[in-house]
Design a protein around this ligand. Structure first.
Ligand code: SF4
Ligand code: SF4
Length: 452
């Protein structure tokens, strides 16, 4: 394990729910299941209005390469198709189901037959599994590495460094055997030698539980990492467990690694045993506006308002709703949004948690630079973005930004650095694309002229 700890910030942890074993909520009256809960192409519905569907039945499928199938989380009647907006305002089609409360399981839900890598990858696809840490990358593509002889390390991300969230922590405590089953299956079918389990050192119970589960297996290394946000960032976790650096524009596989969220690996373990695809999620429900914070297991497609009701409702009017953690979560327009595969928490923040101080001028303290785990210079990217100097933005490499929020968190002037670095990143990507298109058009023009 690498001894070096990368920069970051010490965030308040607010892990109020860490001792709350997840509670399965009653089946809601209605669910709304998005057909696009993964990176890639949306699924096409395979059901019609009026159809009776069962738990685990496939309701969305596609021929696209990058996608993951969608299954019903409930039994009941399809009553319509709807639409929700994703975080960049793109409309996503949904299937709306009125539940019958019986949770009848579909006949297709059977443990898969898996004896080799191809069957393992096919099983991951049928499970509908995506990266459950929020990345939502389809698991059957991530684990289908072409150069498997070069992959020697599987890294499980159990850092869960975000304030409030404890759902991965509960997976490590309550589903340890699922995790071990998932690890063994990945090792067996992909031939991976070493497994590193990354956990922040402020979670001693989880560290102990996984060490006990690993027993004498010398291939499994439980790696306590210094509790410093954002320990769960992909490149950071890889560096701090293996000492390897994933270079700009490269994937973990270029460094011989596959990195997966720990609950994703537990889901592999339970799917191979039961055949039940990904139809429910454990979410941490917290924030000062929530009456009874807890970890809740909810059918995918459950409206946030039903989950908050299950947690005793609001004890004050929420000032902000966030899907995910405080640092990297996405602000939600309302509590009528439904749970998706990538959700691991929903927060209802009260007035005391909202910072209303306005941003002031930079005082050149350099704290944002020292906090950045990617060694970027947010203060200069901010200035270059404000002045629309694209070449300067390019040279400052905002494309490496993890969107972790450490710069904004550190800034005494409360400058919205994370936002401006993201804007600079999009500006550089767009400018690079425009330059490439221009160069291609010029090359085609030159080639056509030479032909004449
Ligand atoms: S610039 Fe990006 S990677 Fe660096 S601290 Fe800010 S948000 Fe994080
Ligand atoms: S932390 Fe804020 S005030 Fe300090 S250098 Fe960065 S932008 Fe300026």
């Amino acid at each position: 394990m690498s001894k070096k700890s990368l920069p970051g910030v010490h965030v308040p942890h607010f892990k109020h729910t860490e001792e709350c074993a997840p509670v399965r909520m009653p089946v809601p009256a209605k669910v709304e299941i998005s057909l696009s809960q993964h990176l890639g192409a949306p699924a096409d519905p395979t059901v019609n209005v009026g159809d009776y569907v069962k738990v685990g039945q496939k309701i969305g499928d596609s021929q696209a390469f990058m996608f993951a199938p969608i299954h019903s989380s409930v039994s009941g009647k399809v009553v319509g198709f709807g639409q929700i907006m994703n975080f960049i305002g793109m409309p996503l089609k949904t299937v709306i189901i009125e539940t019958d409360g019986k949770q009848v399981v579909h006949e297709s839900v059977q443990p898969p037959t898996v004896t080799n890598k191809a069957e393992f990858i096919a099983a991951l696809k049928e499970c509908g599994l995506v990266g459950l840490g929020g990345a939502t990358f389809p698991a059957h593509i991530k684990f289908n590495v072409k150069d498997e002889d070069n992959i020697d390390s599987l890294i499980l991300n159990g850092a869960e460094c975000e304030p409030y969230l404890t759902s991965d922590y509960r997976t490590m405590i309550d589903r340890t055997e699922d995790i071990m089953d998932g690890i063994r299956a990945i090792q067996k079918y992909l031939g991976i030698k070493n497994v590193y389990i990354a956990i922040e050192d402020n979670k001693p119970k989880a560290i102990e539980k996984l060490r006990q589960a690993a027993g004498n297996d010398a291939s499994i290394h439980v790696c306590p990492l210094e509790a410093k946000y954002p320990k769960g960032g992909e490149k950071i976790t890889i560096f701090e467990t293996t000492g390897r650096t994933v270079k700009e524009g490269k994937l973990p596989s270029h460094e011989g690694c596959i990195l997966s969220n720990i609950t994703s690996v537990a889901t592999i373990g339970s799917y191979l045993r039961t055949g039940m695809p990904l139809v429910e999620k454990c979410l941490t429900v917290d924030g000062t506006a929530v009456a009874e914070p807890k970890n809740v297991i909810a059918p995918i497609g459950t409206y946030y308002k039903d989950i908050f009701s299950f947690c005793g409702g609001y004890k004050e009017e929420p000032k902000k709703l966030i899907a995910g953690g405080l640092m990297m979560g996405v602000t939600q327009p309302s509590d009528t949004m439904p749970v998706q595969k990538g959700n691991n928490g929903i927060l209802a923040l009260g007035a005391s948690e909202i910072d209303t101080d306005p941003a002031t001028e930079c005082i050149r303290c350099g704290k944002c630079v020292r906090a950045c785990p990617m060694s970027l210079m947010p203060v200069y990217i901010d200035k270059a973005y404000q002045a629309n100097r694209i070449d300067e933005m390019r040279s400052l490499k905002p494309t490496l930004c993890l969107n972790c929020g450490c710069c904004s968190f550190s800034c005494p002037a409360k400058r919205p650095l994370t936002y401006t670095v993201q804007r600079a990143k999009f500006a550089v990507i767009a400018a690079n694309r425009a330059d490439a298109e221009k160069a291609k058009a010029e090359a085609e023009k030159k080639a056509a002229a030479e032909k004449k």
